[in-house]
Write a protein that binds this ligand. Structure first.
Ligand code: N01
Length: 576
């Protein structure tokens, strides 16, 4: 019934918008105006544009990068590739698209994913509505007109009824505050902001600071080029071999033949990835059985290692069995026992930080031109023009790679000066940590949606599955509002408080908060320690969002366009 209603509404919204859009793109005397401004043209922003066009909305997308692709536009470091298999890390909204596109490898490299993003932009003719090289600096809500004023880096201001932040969860690269860094004599690169021209490390002594996913992917590749590579490690990380390989035509075909079912299942899973689901906990098996299971997951490779048992992120004793297994593997691979010991993570449960996926990371430390430096026991004191000085000694380098991560989930929202009702800014409201209802909206900021925002599964999932779910939900919601001539939609504080508490409660039932991870904001000095993504699972979360919509957007307040009188649509947080 709901589906039929939405289709009917879409139909009338299309007709309505066709009329509005003819005259609605710009007012002769006022600023340019759109139904929706979308910030960002990565996978989220592009699909948002495509769907909104489908309901006849006029849309302007601003993208600060020089082209589409978001994270895949910026993260061009050597060895960058996806850690979710490409047959799954791809759009599902168009069967033609998924049937015609051929991924070359199990985990596509960054250039191929970027090519795919560009293909999508062209195939769906998205470019005319995307303004590249333009940052959104400010967005402020005008309570008298119920519209947003959006100011961009080219000095223009446009108005829009809705703003959608498709700014990405890991797009605000973080340069650490290390004494002397600015005076370093060689080139300094950040993995999250890699140059577009080729970087040649041949003959150079290179230092990599950081040992998260970006370093773990780039270290083996840089080691092949550099005359010497020094890796500065503060925290050792768990990493599982990717077992990357070329995809055969037969393999691709078998995925494609079953795509409808695979995509359906992915939407109902815990993390948006279809995999063999465990039916037991790690302690339910004896030592030999358990070892065999870990060996088989290790041999298969990839993030699904954590799915070997159903309690690895819930029970510390169960988790220890998996962590011990990986530590043993590191000791087997790395020849020098001292280096192996340093590479064995021991301060967080496996999986409580995003598990890394590598191609030959640990074995790289057997190369004679690679040195691992422990900066936990002897931190970096300063950087001199050609030296990294730690408490334990000096290391000469000609180039530096900062693989130091991102101000995750909130960083790219915080860079925009967003002010909502009563002039309150988002940064003021989120000073103690992000507050959202369903990760989709924040009370006090009407008609402002966030795609894969804090409080949604986002980074704990296959991002494209979560992006598509949010974009579809937001599109249906805007169509619903247009069909009823509603002016504003806003999360209720009570519903938001309930959701924030729920997100927190679910997280604290797991081992995740035990790690100093970027999920917790722990990598940014001074950032509040709050577990930001929703851990309840992609399938469960989808159901919650669908139920909220089916109940007339329960927990949100909608006002009519004309009277602008509040039409309360209930706000029971406890009903979550
Ligand atoms: O960043 P990170 P990343 N001095 O924050 C260290 C996604 N991703 O770019 O742990 C010295 O994980 C820091 O040390 P510590 C993926 O979701 C995906 O690697 O804070 N060291 C850590 O070792 C991933 O989780 C892919 O003690 C400093 C490292 O820098 C997320 O992006 C590929 C430091 C940062 O690790 C982030 O990964 C790559 C300092 N001042 C990334 N500051 C795919 O495969 C930080 N560090 C899709």
């Amino acid at each position: 019934m709901l589906v039929r209603n939405i289709q009917e509404i879409r139909g009338s919204a299309n007709r309505m918008s066709a009329l509005q859009s003819v005259s609605g793109k710009s007012h002769a005397a006022g600023p340019e105006s759109h139904d929706v401004v979308v910030v960002g043209a990565g996978f989220a922003g592009m699909y948002m544009l495509h769907r909104l066009r489908g309901i006849g909305a006029s849309v302007r997308v601003y993208e600060q990068g020089g082209d589409v692709g978001g994270t895949w536009y910026w993260n061009r470091y050597p060895g960058a590739r996806c850690d979710v298999e490409s047959m799954q890390y791809s759009y599902s909204f168009s069967d033609e698209l998924q049937q015609e596109w051929n991924w070359s490898e199990r985990y596509a490299p960054q250039p191929e994913i970027l090519k795919y993003a560009n293909h999508v932009a062209d195939r769906f003719n998205l470019r005319p509505d995307i303004q590249l090289g333009t940052r959104v600096d400010r967005a402020s809500f005008d309570e008298s007109a119920n519209t947003w004023s959006v100011t961009t880096s080219d000095g223009k201001t446009v108005t829009a009824k809705y703003v959608v932040l498709a700014t990405g969860c890991l797009s605000n690269a973080r340069t650490p505050d290390i004494k002397g860094l600015a005076d370093f004599g060689g080139k300094v690169y950040h993995t999250g902001h890699w140059p577009h021209e080729p970087v040649d490390f041949s003959g150079l002594r290179v230092g990599v600071i950081g040992t998260g996913s970006s370093a773990i992917q780039s270290v083996p590749v840089i080691a092949e080029q550099a005359s010497h590579l020094t890796v500065f490690q503060r925290t050792a990380n768990f990493s599982i071999p990717a077992r990357n390989a070329a995809l055969t035509a037969k393999e691709r075909q078998s995925w494609k033949a079953d795509y409808a079912e695979i995509r359906r299942k992915a939407r109902e899973t815990r993390n948006g990835i279809v995999q063999e689901m465990p039916d037991r906990g790690a302690l339910d098996d004896g030592d030999n059985e358990r070892r065999a299971r870990y060996e088989s997951r290790w041999a298969r490779g990839g993030v699904t290692f954590m799915g070997a048992y159903n309690n690895l992120v819930l029970d510390r004793a169960a988790n220890d069995t998996a962590a011990d297994f990986v530590r043993e593997k590191i000791a087997e691979i790395v020849n020098d026992p001292k280096t192996a010991k340093l590479l064995q993570p021991n301060n967080h449960p496996i999986g409580s930080k995003r598990i890394c996926v590598d191609s030959d990371y640990f074995v790289t430390f057997n190369r004679p031109n690679v040195t691992l430096v422990d900066i936990k026991s002897s931190p970096i004191e300063e950087i001199l023009p050609n030296t990294v000085r730690t408490g334990a000694g000096d290391y000469e380098v000609d180039a530096l790679v900062l693989a130091t991560g991102f101000d995750a989930m909130t960083g790219s929202v915080a860079k925009i000066d967003i002010s909502g009702r009563n002039g309150q800014t988002m940064n003021q409201k989120w000073a103690e940590g992000p507050r959202t209802y369903l990760g989709l909206m924040s009370a006090g900021f009407p008609n402002l949606f966030i795609i894969t925002g804090p409080g949604s599964p986002s980074v704990l999932s296959n991002m494209i599955v979560s992006i598509e779910q949010h974009v579809d939900w937001i599109t249906d919601c805007i169509a619903y509002m247009r069909g009823r001539d509603l002016g504003t939609m806003e999360a209720n504080r009570q519903a938001e408080d309930g959701w924030v508490a729920h997100v927190n409660e679910v997280a604290h039932g797991t081992l995740y908060p035990q790690a100093n991870s970027w999920y917790m904001g722990a990598n940014i000095p001074g950032k509040p320690r709050i577990f930001m993504p929703y851990i309840g699972g992609v399938g469960t979360y989808r159901q919650i969002c669908d139920d909220v919509a089916a109940k007339g957007y329960e927990g949100f307040t909608m006002t009519s366009r004309r009277a602008r009188a509040a039409t309360k649509r209930s706000a029971s947080a406890s009903s979550l």
